[in-house]
Ligand binder design. Sequence first.
Ligand code: CDP
Ligand code: CDP
Length: 212
Amino acid sequence: MIIAIDGPAASGKGTLGKRLAHHYGYRHLDTGVIYRAVAKALLDAGAELTDEAQAVAVAMELDPEKFGDPVLKTQRVGEAASVVSAIPRVREALVDFQRHFAAGPPGAVLDGRDIGTVICPDADVKIFVVADPKVRARRRTLEAKARGEDADEARVLADILARDERDQNRATAPLKAAADAYLLDNSHLDIESGVRAAIDIVEAVRAGRQRV
Ligand code: CDP
Ligand code: CDP
């Protein structure tokens, strides 16, 4: 069983992915962390984010043990991740790791931008999560403040919109809902209600399958 969750920045994909994985006893991979790790390695090395050769080299040597680094969650690294993730060869270098993760037992939930379209086009359930940009900016600002960072909501909104624009318009694996994805708008849902709505989708797909 593979559950693919995609959606724009701060739509709640990660939270939902984690909760769904917990509910079903599956493993969870936040694929954004992978691109963030590539971006952080380039920033640390003082390299250009558009340096294809170095970005690919970094992508091929990633250490999943470091995916928990809290610096990866920052706005700055997220912005840099959206620049390096537009390089096709960087994306290619990361495909096998993601597919291997998805295929392992007992099941997996992956969240990102291209899980339902490119990484796992045959996923059992695909959910495309969306939320109003202002709601997303509010959530991210609260999160940054809780971490003790100084975040200006208007600035966070501008960053989110710029990142969505870049992710939607890149040539390779752009952010978009797969044709067979279920749309979940959580603008007016708290986390619990969003998780419940997603479980309902998964259960409906399973029930439909049993009837066949
Ligand atoms: O958490 P948030 O939605 O802000 O970002 P993220 O999911 O951690 O992703 C950071 C950046 O990585 C995105 O803006 C995308 O450019 C890129 N990304 C991607 O291209 N493909 C994925 N499957 C996941 C992330
Ligand atoms: O992974 P992604 O960037 O799409 O979003 P996230 O990190 O899961 O969620 C962004 C923020 O929104 C987190 O602080 C969540 O707790 C919050 N959130 C919320 O307040 N209500 C929801 N229905 C979903 C997420």
